[in-house]
Design a protein around this ligand. Structure first.
Ligand SMILES: Cc1cc2nc3c(=O)[nH]c(=O)nc-3n(C[C@H](O)[C@H](O)[C@H](O)COP(=O)(O)OP(=O)(O)OC[C@H]3O[C@@H](n4cnc5c(N)ncnc54)[C@H](O)[C@@H]3O)c2cc1C
Length: 536
């Protein structure tokens, strides 16, 4: 055991003791799952690249990468009448960061777990939701399927020894904190009216005002605006880690404000007629026990054998009359060469820059500027419902104030059957640089044994749920070394050249959430859709 791991375990054990709970009574099974780290690294290390292709195949369009963007591109091709294409995906299941898993028979997310009800800028996503029957017009108004809208109560925060509604610290905070909440709400409101903060970002015209916000770290902007309150700053930092995987000193002021201004704004408690002490819930979100895997499975279903999983793309080359894509087939352990008219590169930018021969300037520039936040998701099977501390009722999203993890969501939250029984909770842990973590998150992720993560999560969540160690039977952990792009200061300006719509160079079109400089379903989906339509 390495010193760092020993300290991690020792720290977790003492935190467990502080939380007033014993070490697990029965051993908890578990380990790493979800992502084939070795397959990805084989591509990086060049072990696969040197193999000569032994099979040749032809198609009209190759899509490299089967995450949300690649699947959206495939859908766009089909909508345009192009059926002759192949989608090559490295893992054995499609969906990328939005895949689902099953722990002890219970479906749960491996990554993304919700989709906010899209606003009018996200027309492409709205169209998908209509196609999937999630949204329909009733008496002239759009309605969302209640079964998939997150049921109330949506979120709660464990703060000062009890659960409270909403995620903004409220219990016993003073008037000066309330004044800062109100002031921040007014500032966001003013910016929302002055500028266009939109999702997806490719619909935004970059004004000098937006670029000025982009140039500044969010923390510095908060300082300059006089937002010094500790509770407000904790909450804003939590939001940055939640959406961007890194702390508020790492992301741009544009990103910190975009989080609110592009959607629901920031509601100061009591500002929406909900009572002076209550925090309004955020706008509607769609969620499923298996998270956004519900969406990616439906996007993949019509593809049939055009979806090829277990295919590691190692080379994409643009030739005079078409493109060549080499992919290592994990089943036959051999290299396949695809010849096509065009290729949609729906790979993370850092991978695209490695596999595209003579990377075009737009790709090389993006790869130079993007930094990634690693993430970890732990799915914990519980044999029965957790006991609770006093305060707000169990919610879908349950956050503990001041912890490294972002809290947990409950896979059974949408279940209409009230019978108490076992469930799976998914604990989210960003590892980008922040006040909690240094910049070496990827190394920590690779080196730490799963048991160290088990102990960290038990230590955090045992504070509100002392019976957690006794109820947990299994913990499955998914690691993402390059989970999402961090919207660092200046990135919007750099990627701006790639914005304004489709990113393409010659016969290659690029689609991935990375091209938006941060990572959510709507960005990935719209980028894939635009690339597919452009190729068609
Ligand atoms: C832990 C976590 C939680 C999240 N939660 C949410 C959420 O709740 N809501 C939300 O909207 N967003 C969330 N996101 C972000 C969201 O999941 C992403 O924006 C979206 O899924 C990205 O899709 P993508 O297609 O752009 O990228 P990716 O998911 O990165 O897809 C790229 C695909 O390319 C494949 N690939 C890589 N290399 C190769 C290769 N050499 N050959 C072939 N294939 C390859 C990968 O396996 C992958 O399937 C979360 C992300 C993470 C990591």
């Amino acid at each position: 055991m390495q010193r760092r791991d020993f300290l991690g375990v020792a720290g977790a054990a003492s935190a467990l003791a502080l939380a007033g709970c014993e070490a697990p009574l029965t051993p908890i099974d578990g380990g790493f799952t979800g992502i084939d780290v070795a397959r990805g690294h084989a591509m990086r290390d060049g072990a696969l690249k040197s193999q000569a292709p032994i099979t040749m195949k032809r198609t009209r369009v190759v899509i490299a990468g089967g995450g949300v963007a690649g699947l959206a591109a495939a859908r766009a091709l089909r909508l345009s009448g192009i059926e002759d294409f192949a989608l090559l995906e490295l893992e054995d299941t499609p969906g990328g960061n939005a895949r689902s898993g099953i722990v002890n028979g219970i479906a749960c997310p491996l990554g993304a777990h919700y989709l906010p009800v899209p606003n009018d800028d996200a027309r492409e996503v709205q169209d998908l939701l209509e196609e999937l029957g999630l949204r329909r017009r009733v008496s002239g108004r759009w309605e969302y399927d209640e079964r998939h809208l997150c049921h109330s109560p949506q979120e709660r925060l464990f703060f000062r020894g009890e659960w409270q509604d909403g995620l903004l610290p409220m219990h016993d905070v003073g008037e000066s904190t309330h004044a800062q909440y109100r002031k921040f709400a007014q500032r966001v409101d003013a910016l929302q009216h002055a500028e266009h903060f939109a999702i997806p970002t490719l619909k935004v015209a970059l004004t000098p005002e937006l670029l000025a916000l982009d140039a500044l770290p969010f923390e510095r902007w908060l300082d300059s605006e006089g937002f010094s309150d500790a509770q407000l700053r904790w909450y804003l930092d939590y939001c940055c880690r939640d959406d961007y995987g890194a702390g508020m000193e790492q992301v741009s002021a544009w990103a910190g404000i975009h989080y609110f201004a592009s959607r629901h704004g920031f509601h100061a408690p009591g500002s929406s007629g909900s009572g002076a002490d209550s925090t309004p819930e955020r706008d509607g979100v769609l969620t499923w026990p298996e998270g956004n895997g519900w969406l990616t499975q439906r996007l993949a279903a019509p593809l049939g054998d055009r979806l090829r999983t277990g295919q590691v793309v190692t080379r994409i080359a643009e030739l005079r009359g078409g493109v060549e894509v080499d992919a290592w087939d994990a089943a036959s352990k051999s290299m396949v060469r695809w010849q096509a008219e065009r290729c949609i590169v729906a790979l993370p930018v850092f991978i695209a820059a490695r596999v595209v021969e003579n990377a075009p300037a737009v790709l090389a520039n993006a790869a130079r500027h993007l930094r990634y936040a690693p993430w970890l998701v732990a799915n914990v099977h519980l044999r029965g419902p957790l006991a609770d501390r006093s305060g707000a009722a169990p919610s879908w999203d349950n956050v503990v104030f001041g912890t490294r993890g972002l809290g947990y969501v409950d896979a059974r939250h949408q279940d209409l059957d009230p019978t108490p029984r076992g469930t799976v909770i998914s604990w989210y842990r960003p590892l980008g640089p922040s006040r909690y973590d240094a910049a070496d998150g990827r190394r920590v992720l690779l080196e730490r044994p799963w048991t160290a993560w088990r102990d960290e999560l038990l230590a955090e969540l045992s504070v509100p749920h002392p019976d957690l160690p006794a109820l947990a039977t299994r913990i499955e952990i998914t690691r993402y070394g390059h989970a999402m792009a961090i919207p660092t200061p200046g990135l919007l300006a750099q990627m701006g050249a790639a914005n304004g719509g489709r990113v393409a160079a010659g016969r290659l079109s690029f689609a991935h959430a990375d091209w938006s400089g941060y990572s959510i379903f709507e960005e990935a989906f719209t980028r894939g859709h635009v690339a597919g339509m452009g190729v068609a």
